[in-house]
Design a protein around this ligand. Structure first.
Ligand code: UT7
Length: 349
């Protein structure tokens, strides 16, 4: 199954409202765990983790830190950056695969922000979640249904790791990032093109699946026990999938947009493995100083990686208004996608 924007209908007057990316924010837990720290728990070492992944440390949520608190802090920072009040918001989409409440964590974030006029819902697509949420939010903006949106990616996968499995526990960290999106009538569109893809036939490569235990209920009837098994991943399969599909989807986007790769200011990929970032950049002939990476500090924060990295690069001045960003999310589902984005930033910045 795949989606691309050529099928999107125009709004009533024949022209679609444009989308501006006007603010960003991020939030991280306080506790930092280095590779050396982890080697005290599982049989691993700094050299292996750094050379195979590029990761040196990760942040892990402690007491009082949750998906809600991290998403709220990231969302608040994005609101302030955009110069908006919480009451201005029409929609909050929270991409997460580790919700505080399976019935939805976004409404908790809405309440904590005081965004009483916004509708808020969760979207689950693992490490593609932020990109899928941004594209979803853009459809509401393009049809004129909403004018101001917060798209948040937040995950606390530390909840769902087997901390005795060295193949997975060294890879992930917790965090949140957010982007403020606004409908605008003039100027260049901040979402130039996108693609979304799913392949559920390869779902088994990366799962956070329900436990399969049933307990007796009445007579012969049983009821399934709620709960999830820790993350299971076939790392090599997911790696091969990523280095094949991510360049393909970005090449497809560039080709259909009539853009050469040298027009891209920044390559902003889901931060899963430095070797994946390098392989994609090489394939697209994008110089490595145009590749954004913060894997060393935070590891793979799932739905949070892209907005966390975006916020860092916006705030330290690497990403400037008007810059063209090629982004791709990929991971469990399997799911993947790409988008060509143009950063605008807050008015007057
Ligand atoms: O965010 C969702 C998307 N996720 C990804 O994109 C992840 C994609 N996959 C990867 O990034 C890589 O496959 C990993 C980083 C997960 C693993 O790297 P690899 O180079 O594929 O290693 P491997 O799984 O082939 O394992 C190589 C060896 C094995 O030992 P043997 O069988 O060769 O003796 C593992 O047991 O490395 C061993 N190993 C470790 N050694 C030290 C696995 N994990 C560790 C560890 N420390 N933490």
């Amino acid at each position: 199954m795949s989606l691309h924007p050529d099928a999107a209908p125009a709004s009533g007057d024949g022209s679609r409202p444009r989308i501006a990316l006007v603010g960003s924010g991020s939030a991280l837990p306080r506790a930092r765990i280095s590779n050396g720290d982890l080697s005290q728990r599982v049989e691993t070492d700094d050299t292996w983790i750094r050379s195979r992944t590029g990761i040196a440390a990760r942040r892990i949520a402690g007491p009082g830190e949750t998906v809600t608190s991290l998403a709220t802090a990231a969302g608040q920072a994005a609101l302030e950056h955009a110069g908006w009040k919480a009451a201005d918001l029409d929609l909050i989409v929270l991409a997460t695969s580790s919700p505080d409440d399976l019935f939805g964590t976004a409404p908790r974030v809405q309440a904590a922000l005081g965004a009483s006029n916004a509708v808020a819902f969760d979207l689950t697509a693992a490490c593609s979640g932020f990109l899928f949420a941004l594209i979803t939010a853009a459809q509401y903006l393009r049809t004129g249904t909403v004018r101001r949106v917060l798209v948040i990616g937040a995950d606390q996968l530390s909840r769902w790791l087997d901390w005795d499995d060295r193949r997975t526990c060294v890879l992930f960290g917790d965090g949140a990032g957010a982007v403020a999106l606004e409908a605008c009538d003039a100027g260049e569109d901040g979402l130039l093109a996108f693609r979304m893809r799913s392949d559920g036939s390869r779902n088994g490569c990366l799962t956070l699946a329900q436990v399969e235990e049933h307990r007796p209920l009445l007579g012969d009837l049983t009821a399934q026990v709620g709960g999830f098994r820790p993350i299971q991943m076939n790392g090599q399969e997911v790696y091969k999938f990523a280095v094949r599909e991510v360049p393909a989807v970005l090449e497809d986007l560039l080709r259909s947009s009539g853009l050469a790769a040298d027009r891209i200011d920044w390559l902003l990929l889901h931060q899963a493995n430095q070797r994946i970032l390098d392989a994609v950049a090489n394939r697209l002939h994008i110089p490595h100083d145009h590749v954004l990476t913060n894997l060393a500090h935070y590891g793979n924060t799932s739905a949070a990686t892209i907005p966390l990295m975006l916020d860092e690069a916006v705030r330290d001045g690497r990403i400037q208004p008007g810059h063209l960003i090629a982004s791709s999310g990929f991971g469990a589902g399997l799911s993947w996608g790409g988008a060509l984005l143009r950063w605008r930033g807050p008015v007057g910045a």
